[in-house]
Design a protein around this ligand. Sequence first.
Ligand SMILES: [Zn+2]
Length: 204
Amino acid sequence: MHIWGGSTLVSTRLPVSLVSGEIENPQRPTEEEKKLFLAIAERLIRASEKEMLPHSIHDVVKSLSTEPFRKEINCTVFQESQVEKVRVRIRTLLISWDESQSGKLEEGSLGAYSWNDCEIGIKKGIKTLKFTNYLMLNPEELREKERDSFGKIENEGLLHHELLHGQLLIDAMRESLSWQEKVCRHDFDFTPVDLEHRVIYDLQ
Ligand SMILES: [Zn+2]
């Protein structure tokens, strides 16, 4: 049985971090990394289906599947829009944990979610933004934690945390008119990613 407490998933603050810059040379995950990710993600998705998570990660989980997350924003409702529509497509790929990215990671990091490559195109008044984002998890640390039930919960908390760095920006795309207005004016606002953890800790 899992202890998914009311508004707190895991009370300990895990040493987690987000890479905001480009991850260079992303490598395919190892078999072990895939297995670890799938095991933890499966438990997290099960909790999500039962609406036991303090904040949904539905869309970012979808972006990890073969079907990317898509959102179309109608810009004609905003004054000073530069385009008629903005279309966003987001895929998230699990990549291999890479210590050499350590310059961008906090020490002792267990995972990272990176808004990485974005392909931008404008055609006939429609702006298209295609993101390929990366998720990576530290297999050595996670493997150890998977051995006992409290560690398993910590791993679920870690994955939930990393995925929130994706979901919160997707939430802004879906729900925030001011965010939508900005993107229609060619101003892509990354603030909701919450690099500085202003809101994430309250949502996990
Ligand atoms: Zn974080």
